[in-house]
Design a protein around this ligand. Structure first.
Ligand code: GUN
Length: 286
C-alpha cells in the first residue's frame, strides 16, 4: 500500500506561505500582478485560467484576464504582450497554451519579457535552468519537486525515469531531478524496452498525456510514482497517466489524479509571480 502524497494539502501550504509574503509585500506598497491571456474557447484552457485567477484572488494578487477571440492575429497578440511587458503593475505574464493553430507559439513565448515569464518557458529562463542558476522554475516540474520534498524522498543516487519529453514538463523535470543528483532517464515514443526501463525506476514521473498508460508491470515494488497526466478515461472520468488501481499497491508513494500534481502547478505559479514582483521592485526579503 502506497502513501498518497496530497497535492491539495501541499498546494494549500504553499499558497498560505505566498499569501503571508504577499501581505508583507503590500505593506511596502507592492501588490503582485499577473496577466493571463487566453485565446479562443478551449474548454480545458478556460477551466485552467479560471483556477489561476481564483488562486490570485486567494493569495492577494491583482490579476487581469485578456480573453481574445480565436481569430486574433499574431500581430494583435504580440502587441498585447508588448503592452503588458511595459506595464509596471503587471509582474507576471502567462499566455495559456495551446494557442489556435494559426498562431506561432514559439514567437509568443519569445515575446514575453524573461523577467515577467512566470511559466519559465522563455529560452533565456530555460537556459538558466539548465545551468542551475535561475529565478523561475516551470510550474509543473517545480510542483512535482515540492511534493517529493514534502514527502521526505531523497533523490540523490536514485534511478529516476521521466516518461515524456515536452518542453513544458518532461525536459525540465529531468533537469530538476538531475540537479538533485538523480540518475535520470527520459523515455519517449521511440524508446525501446520502455517497460523494462520504467520497471528499474526508484522514482517514476509519468508525463505522457495518455490515460492509464503506466501499468503495474512497468513499476518496481516500492517505487515513488508521480503522475502529471490529466486525462479522461473511457467513461469520461478524470484520470492520470498512471493506472492508479493497478500501480498503487506496488508503489511506496503515489500522487492521485485529481488532487495530486494538478493543484501544485497553480501554487508554483503564485510562487513565481511573487518572486517576479520582488525582483522587479528590488525587494530581497519581506
Ligand atoms: N497549458 C498547459 N499547461 C500550461 C502551463 O503550465 N502554462 C501555460 N501557459 N499553458 C499551459
Amino acid at each position: 500500500m502506497a502513501s498518497v502524497i496530497s497535492g491539495k494539502e501541499v498546494s494549500a501550504k504553499v499558497r498560505a506561505e505566498v499569501r503571508e509574503e504577499c501581505e508583507r509585500l503590500k505593506e511596502k506598497g507592492v501588490t503582485p500582478g499577473l496577466a493571463v491571456i487566453i485565446v479562443g474557447d478551449d474548454p480545458a484552457s478556460r477551466v485552467y485560467v479560471n483556477n489561476k485567477k481564483k488562486a490570485c484572488a486567494e493569495v492577494g494578487f491583482a490579476s487581469e484576464e485578456y480573453a481574445l477571440p480565436a481569430e486574433t492575429t499574431q500581430q494583435e497578440l504580440l502587441a498585447l504582450i508588448d503592452t503588458l511587458n511595459k506595464k509596471p503593475e503587471i509582474n507576471g505574464i502567462l499566455c495559456q497554451l495551446p494557442l489556435p493553430k494559426h498562431l506561432d507559439e514559439t514567437a509568443v513565448i519569445h515575446a514575453i519579457s524573461p523577467e515577467k515569464d512566470v511559466d519559465a518557458f522563455h529560452p533565456s529562463n530555460v537556459g538558466k535552468i539548465m545551468i542551475g542558476d535561475y529565478d523561475f522554475l516551470p510550474c509543473t516540474p517545480a510542483g512535482v519537486m515540492e511534493l517529493i520534498h514534502f514527502a521526505g524522498i531523497e533523490v540523490s543516487g536514485k534511478n529516476c525515469v521521466v516518461i515524456g519529453r515536452s518542453n513544458i514538463v518532461g525536459k525540465p523535470m529531468a533537469m530538476l531531478l538531475l540537479h538533485e543528483n538523480g540518475t535520470v532517464t527520459i523515455c519517449h515514443s521511440k524508446t525501446k524496452d520502455l517497460k523494462e526501463i520504467c520497471a528499474g525506476a526508484d522514482i517514476l514521473v509519468a508525463a505522457v498525456g495518455r490515460p492509464k498508460f503506466v501499468k503495474a508491470d512497468m513499476v518496481k515494488e516500492g517505487a515513488v510514482v508521480l503522475d502529471v497526466g490529466i486525462n479522461r478515461d473511457e467513461n469520461g472520468k478524470l484520470c492520470g497517466d498512471v493506472d492508479y488501481e493497478q500501480v498503487e499497491p506496488k508503489a511506496s508513494f503515489i500522487t492521485p489524479v485529481p488532487g495530486g500534481v494538478g493543484p501544485m502547478t497553480i501554487a508554483m505559479l503564485m510562487k513565481n509571480t511573487l518572486k517576479a514582483a520582488k525582483l522587479q521592485n528590488h525587494i530581497e526579503s519581506v
